[in-house]
Each structure stands twice: as C-alpha cells, then as structure tokens.
Design a protein around this ligand. Structure first.
Ligand code: ADP
Ligand code: MG
Length: 349
C-alpha cells in the first residue's frame, strides 16, 4: 500500500559493515550529561552519579511484530523507540540513552536502512535520548530490530508494579484502543489493495487511529506532570498489551484486587465510530487491544485533589482487597471478571 518512493537501491555490501554503521549514525549527537562515551568504542560509557539506572530491552521480528507492507521503515524505527522508551517512563524514570541492534538481509538496500534510522533519529531528538551504540549483523530473510533503553531516576521516585494498595485509585493516561483499531483499518486496506492495486485508500476518517498505530508516542510528559503535581503513583505499568492484562499485572504484583468501571474507560470518538463500523465492542478493544503506550497507575486517595480535572489523567476504578478479585462493572451494572487476552490472542480470533 505504501510504496517505496526511494528509487535508488544501494547494496549494503558497497559500504561494508563499518561504513554502514558510520553512515547511519554520523548524524547522532550526544545531548545527555550522563553520556561519557558514545558510538565508536567497544562499549559506551555512562555516568549517573547518585541516580538509579533503569534498563529495558525489546525485540521486534518482521512478520511477527510488524508488517512492512503497511508499516513504512521510518515509522518502524520510530515505533521501536517508543515501545522501549515507554517502559522507561513506566518506571517513573527519564530515558537517557538507547542502543540499537539490527539484523538485516540483503533484501534491504542502504536507502531502506536510512529510512529506519531516520525514524530512530526523529524519536531520539523528540525524546532527548542519545543513541550510544548497537550491533549490526545479517539475517537470512527478515528484519530484526532490538532496542535497549537506559534511564535515570532518583532513588525515591522509582515506581514499581508492586506498590498498589486497596482503595488506591486506578488511573489511566490518554485514551485506549486506537492503535488496535488503526491496525484493523490498515489490514483491511491491505486486503483491498491486494485485490485492486489501483484502489487508493481513503484514510481520512481514520487519521487519529492510523497515526496511533503507525506513529505512537510514549508518555514522557506524564513523568514530568506527576513530578509537577507532586504525585508519586503507588504502582505503574505501560499499556502495551491492553488494559485488562496490565490491570492484572498490577494486581498480581501488588497482591490486591481491582474494580474497573466500563463507563469510565477513555475512548476517542474515532475508536467508537470505527468499532461500530466493524461491529465490535469498543470496551473489548480497550481491554484487549494493544500498543497504546499509555500509562496505567494507581494513586493514593489523598492525591486525588491533585489530579482531579486533569485532562491527561482519568480515574477508571479502584483497587480492592485481593479476595475481591478483579472485575469490570459494566454500564448495566453487571460484574464481569477481568481476563487477560492480550492483543495477539485477539488477533487470532
Ligand atoms: P564490536 O565489533 O566491538 O561489536 P562494532 O563494530 O559492532 O563493534 O560496533 C562499532 C561501534 O558502532 C560500537 O560503538 C557499536 O556500539 C556501534 N554500533 C554498531 N552497530 C550499530 C547500530 N546498528 N546502531 C548504532 N550503533 C551501532
Ligand atoms: Mg558489534
């Protein structure tokens, strides 16, 4: 559907491994004080003084996690960064550096990797992280990309999944389900394109949800907002697999139960209208659709006045004693147990 507009195809072999790394990374600037030595030696050197360091890795495999027929490489690079940075912010930490490992087949010319790195560079600039290293190797067919992100946090500010207490409020940022519905649109258009390549898709009614799928953002702003509001969540997790499974993670690790109100779940109007068009229940999508990269947290009731009315934060329920289990209260006041389907399971249905 999205054509490769770049006509020239320079084989990677023309540059060699070192030439390639140099070519792809020469624009990267160091902006973080904690970066002592960046790309170019056997390892990067970082200095975090008295701060604690968080570190997280994600691995993305072509045909498993992404499909290049509708995911432009630039977006893939950007999104791979976002998925990682989101995990750092979910610790209430500030992301500072990343390393990038890629395995590529000779199917990919230099121009394709330039696109991938353009996305990585855009994210590194917007989120203020330094690309300080990586590894480059070959693969027989598909593209594999693995990013490791590093962040810093004051010892007293770090937030785990395990600190939620009964009566804490369950709070979510942004809105849910849009990335999953964006994927449904892109997959539908891909099928249409297969049948008739001249058929140009009209994505206009779906701009928000398609953007949420192709160019998600990580909630760096929330880490700052919480600091400004002087709110330290009791637990936090990023929403990569759907609200339901993330609530279950918080509950299990904190040894508590939860009540979630269906009518409080924040949904964008485009999610609602697209769900109607596909004849699927928008609550199911918010619960099980993935890749929203919003933050789910619990906060103590005392902190409620500080977050009240903030457009970024929606109270969607509260935590209970573990014995009360994990439930959704529907609009019709029915109590339904929460189960973790995750978006991959949803895809197979
Ligand atoms: P080594 O042989 O010690 O693994 P490399 O030749 O693989 O070193 O890497 C040389 C430098 O380039 C290192 O600083 C490494 O971190 C960096 N690097 C390698 N591949 C990438 C990549 N895909 N993106 C960013 N930096 C990379
Ligand atoms: Mg190497």
């Amino acid at each position: 559907m999205i054509e490769d507009k770049n006509q020239s195809r320079t084989p990677i072999s023309e540059l060699g491994e070192f030439g390639l790394i140099d070519h792809l990374t020469k624009h990267f600037e160091v902006t973080q004080k904690s970066t002592i030595k960046s790309i170019g030696d056997d390892a990067a050197v970082l200095d975090f003084k008295s701060k604690q360091v968080v570190i997280t890795t994600d691995l993305l495999v072509e045909h498993v996690h992404f499909d290049l027929s509708y995911m432009p490489l630039k977006h893939l690079g950007y999104k791979a960064m976002i998925a990682n940075l989101s995990d750092v912010y979910a610790m209430n930490a500030n992301a500072t550096q990343v390393t990038i490992a890629i395995a590529i087949s000779n199917r990919f010319p230099l121009e394709a990797l330039e696109e991938l790195y353009a996305g990585i560079e855009a994210a590194s600039k917007i989120y203020g992280v330094d690309v300080v290293g990586g590894d480059t190797t070959s693969s027989t067919t598909g593209l594999i990309i693995s990013i490791t992100a590093v962040g810093e946090v004051n010892k007293n500010d770090v937030v785990y999944r395990s600190g939620a207490k009964p009566n804490d409020l369950l709070v979510v940022t942004g809105d849910l389900g849009a990335a999953y519905m964006g994927l449904q649109i892109l997959e539908r258009e891909k099928e249409v394109f297969k049948v008739n390549p001249n058929n140009q898709p009209d994505l206009e009614p779906y701009t928000y949800i398609v953007e949420r799928q192709l160019k998600p953002e990580a909630r760096k702003d929330i880490v700052k907002l919480l600091k400004d509001l002087k709110v330290k969540p009791t637990s936090m997790i990023d929403i990569s697999d759907g609200l339901s499974s993330e609530i279950i993670h918080l509950c299990k690790q904190s040894d508590v139960g939860a009540v979630l109100y269906e009518n409080k779940i924040p949904l964008d109007p485009q999610v609602i209208s697209t769900c109607e068009e596909f004849n699927i229940d928008s609550t199911t999508i918010a619960l099980n659709g993935g890749e929203d990269y919003e933050l789910l947290m619990t906060i103590s009731q005392e902190d409620f006045p500080k977050i009240k009315g903030n457009p970024n934060l929606t109270v969607i329920g509260y935590m209970t004693e573990k014995e009360q289990g994990m439930h959704l209260i529907t609009r019709g006041d029915a109590l339904i147990p929460l189960i973790a389907k995750g978006w991959n399971a949803l895809k197979d249905q």
